[in-house]
Design a binder for this molecule. Structure first.
Ligand code: AMP
Length: 111
């Protein structure tokens, strides 16, 4: 396995976990850009938003059903931003689908 996030899921690379169940893992970003910055990833390896299909798309509703709970669990107040970078021009650096949760910071469109 040479996917960083698959290795984190497997426990081969340590992470600061916020939440885990049989389908998803939420862990804090190693280089936060907001006072609260964590990532939510599916355990199934999906490269990016671009690889969502009718067969694997149920994980998206599962993740979004959990996001409010995770934001609260992480102590986010006053709203948050959800970001998924897809591909090189968007700045995706890890080719495993992930959603950034940014909170406890007043943000404008440039972050
Ligand atoms: P992206 O640039 O959208 O692909 O986001 C990848 C994110 O993963 C970046 O915000 C990185 O800081 C974060 N990241 C990279 N390696 C780790 C790691 N070992 N543990 C936690 N977050 C990481």
């Amino acid at each position: 396995m040479d996917c960083l996030f698959c290795n984190i899921i497997a426990g081969e690379i340590p992470s600061k976990k916020l939440y885990e169940d049989e389908k998803i893992l939420a862990f804090y970003d190693i280089a936060p850009i907001a006072p609260v910055h964590f990532l939510v990833i599916p355990k199934e390896h999906i490269q990016s938003v671009d690889e969502i299909t009718p067969e694997n798309s149920a994980i998206l509703s599962y993740i979004f059903e959990k996001i409010g709970f995770l934001a609260e669990k992480a102590g986010i107040e006053g709203g948050y931003r959800v970001i998924s970078n897809c591909g090189a021009n968007a700045g995706q650096t890890v080719p495993h689908l992930h959603f950034h949760l940014l909170g406890n910071k007043e943000m404008n469109w440039n972050c």
